[in-house]
Design a protein. Structure first.
Length: 312
């Protein structure tokens, strides 16, 4: 059965608004660590496989920054890698490396101290049903960031993750993707750089699903009966934004006034701009899925944790 959404029933608010070194760094006696296989590991089911470093990211001596290599292997984000290096939690060929800017070759063996993995396991990912009137990132133009809604009071009582809310979960929490101020639906905020890279990294191929209510010229009902099929085909493939061709999208009518979009990219206000190019005006937009994670019954303005058995 096709899912539908009525923008009017959402109760949407009005539009409101240290130094780099060339070597591998200091060497210390190694202690037991968890080994990381060195060519890139195979991805877990549903996880983007770590790509090999492109040639333009490798220096002439066939080295690249250790933090970059760790990110490419899908171990952590670059920021996390730098933190782990400073704490002495990263080993290369059995010796600790604690100098920021240290370089490695793609063939060297990287190991991670269990303390780093334990810290990573404590990171959380939060799913928020963002209302209209909140910006996804930092506060701007007087409008509150969506992260302001992450409070104990707004924690959905249907959360089955078993995680208890703590103020420490708000530290380094950042949105993994945008959802504009006039849109509602699923917004992901995470402390985990691996999740962020999976959702918004350059090599991300996670699809996102949206329900979009539109008007066409002066037509507000049964738009599907009046909208030219060739323009619908354009929405699926053939449009460009900022002179850059868009990736193919899945676009179909859910009912007479509502379209379903499935995208594998996320340019600023992409769906609204796509619709403008074919004469449609967006009057309501809601994100209902990111990869395999659904918005589901999560009420607007409330949030929950990503459960251990969920993955994008």
């Amino acid at each position: 059965m096709k899912s539908t959404w009525n923008a009017d029933r959402e109760g949407g608010a009005p539009r409101a608004r240290r130094a780099a070194e060339e070597g591998a760094g200091a060497r210390k006696t190694a202690r037991p660590v968890k080994s990381v296989d060195q060519p890139p590991r195979r991805a877990a089911d549903g996880e983007a496989a770590p790509r090999r470093a492109p040639r333009d990211e490798i220096d002439g001596d066939n080295t690249l920054r250790l933090s970059k290599r760790m990110s490419e292997l899908g171990l952590c984000s670059r920021r996390e890698a730098d933190e782990w290096i400073e704490k002495g939690w990263v080993y290369v060929d059995g010796e600790v490396v604690d100098t920021l800017g240290a370089k490695v070759t793609p063939e060297q063996h990287i190991e991670i101290d269990p303390a780093a993995l334990a810290a990573q396991a404590r990171q959380v990912t939060i799913l928020l049903h963002k209302p209209v009137g909140y910006v996804s990132g930092q506060a701007e133009d007087g409008y509150e960031p969506a992260a302001a809604l992450i409070t104990g009071e707004n924690h959905w009582d249907g959360d089955r993750s078993g995680i208890r809310f703590s103020a420490k979960h708000l530290r380094t929490l950042a949105p993994a993707g945008r959802l504009d101020i006039d849109s509602t639906g699923l917004l992901v905020l995470t402390q985990d750089g691996r999740v962020a890279r999976q959702l918004i990294g350059e090599s991300s191929d996670i699809d996102k699903e949206y329900l979009v209510r539109v008007t066409y010229d002066d037509i507000e009902t049964e738009i599907d009966q009046h909208f030219p099929p060739e323009l619908l085909a354009k929405l699926r493939h053939g449009l460009s934004l900022d002179d850059v061709p868009l990736k193919p999208a899945q676009v179909s009518w859910q009912n007479g006034e509502q379209l379903r979009f499935v995208l594998r990219e996320g340019k600023k206000r992409q769906i609204r701009r796509m619709c403008e190019l074919v004469g449609l005006k967006v009057v309501g937009l809601k994100r209902v899925r990111m990869g395999r994670v659904l918005l589901g019954a999560l009420p607007q303005g409330q949030w929950r944790y990503l459960a251990a058995d969920e993955a994008f």
